[in-house]
Ligand binder design. Structure first.
Ligand SMILES: [Zn+2]
Length: 301
């Protein structure tokens, strides 16, 4: 098999996605660490947090260096947290999956838009879990970028027209409607939850994040992300809370997650958005369509 043949095959695309994803995941770790601190993501070069020596390129290879050096920095005894490796591996897998899908159904919109969206969502998960904030660069920057990408690649919204202008217009409108419906739904849910719970329930960051999810996924994806995110949150957090409560009753552990304690909602919205664009889209859209059909037939009959 020659090199061009390999690159155009499914295996070649998978390998290309995995490598590009590992590099993107490594850059994500840098961004997730520096952006909340207000530092530049390009300079200075990475340094070891313990002995401050610069990290040479061969000790900074995504995924590989961590494995070869057994989780150590290489310059001194500093242990690089497993979390960084996990983020690189996850982004590599998602990119690999999207590239593999492209080899089967070549849609440039889903490839480019999907990779950028996945990168943003993983960054939101990492930063929101650590700092309880979602930087505007990810949420608002992502919303603007999503609309522009939808004009450049209308196939992100599965729009195919014979007229090029109509196709781009449709992509941009789908994205813009997604931004508005996504953020407006989140805003209203926040207001109603605030009235019901008599305290601030959702942050402004979640409203902006929903704009970004809507820009890439359209309004159906945005509505799904809210309900899917709440379901995911309940599925993951309830067992953690129940176990934490049982353990805290046993030995008065104040560290345990308490009822009504503030937990970030952003990561669950992000994961639900990712699930929609990655694999659940046809199922969710079909559900919305059958719902619309019920309304149409009932209004006729
Ligand atoms: Zn060191």
């Amino acid at each position: 098999m020659t090199l061009p043949e390999l690159l155009s095959s499914e295996t070649g695309m998978l390998l290309a996605g995995l490598s590009l994803g590992a590099v993107a995941g490594s850059f994500l770790n840098v961004c997730a660490h520096r952006i909340p601190l207000g530092q530049s993501v390009v300079s200075p070069r990475s340094r070891c947090p313990q002995c401050k020596s610069p990290i040479p390129w061969y000790r900074n290879l995504p995924l590989v260096s961590w494995l070869i050096q057994g989780g150590k920095a290489g310059c001194c005894t500093f242990k690089i947290p497993f979390r960084y490796w996990l983020v690189e591996a996850f982004v590599a897998l998602v990119f690999g999956y999207l590239f593999y899908c492209y080899a089967q159904i070549p849609s440039l919109g889903l490839l480019v838009g999907g990779c950028i969206f996945a990168w943003l969502m993983v960054a939101v998960v990492v930063v929101d879990m650590e700092h309880m904030i979602i930087p505007d660069r990810f949420s608002m920057g992502g919303a603007v970028g999503g609309v522009l990408l939808s004009i450049a690649f209308p196939s992100l919204h599965l729009i195919h027209q014979s007229n090029d202008f109509l196709e781009r217009f449709g992509g941009g409108m789908n994205s813009l409607i997604g931004v508005l419906i996504g953020s407006a739904s989140m805003y209203w849910i926040g207001i109603l939850a605030e009235k019901a719970l008599k305290k601030e329930a959702l942050g402004e960051g979640d409203v902006k994040l929903m704009g970004c999810i809507g820009a890439f996924c359209g309004w159906k994806g945005a509505v799904f992300a809210i309900f899917g995110g709440a379901t995911l949150g309940a599925l993951i957090l309830l067992p953690v809370m129940v176990v934490g409560r049982m353990r805290s009753n046993e030995k008065d552990d104040s560290e345990a997650l308490a009822w009504g304690q503030e937990v970030p909602f952003g990561p669950y919205l992000a994961l639900a958005g990712l699930l929609y664009l990655g694999c659940l889209r046809s199922w969710v859209d079909g559900w919305f369509d059958s719902f619309a059909l019920v309304f149409r037939t009932s209004s006729v009959g």
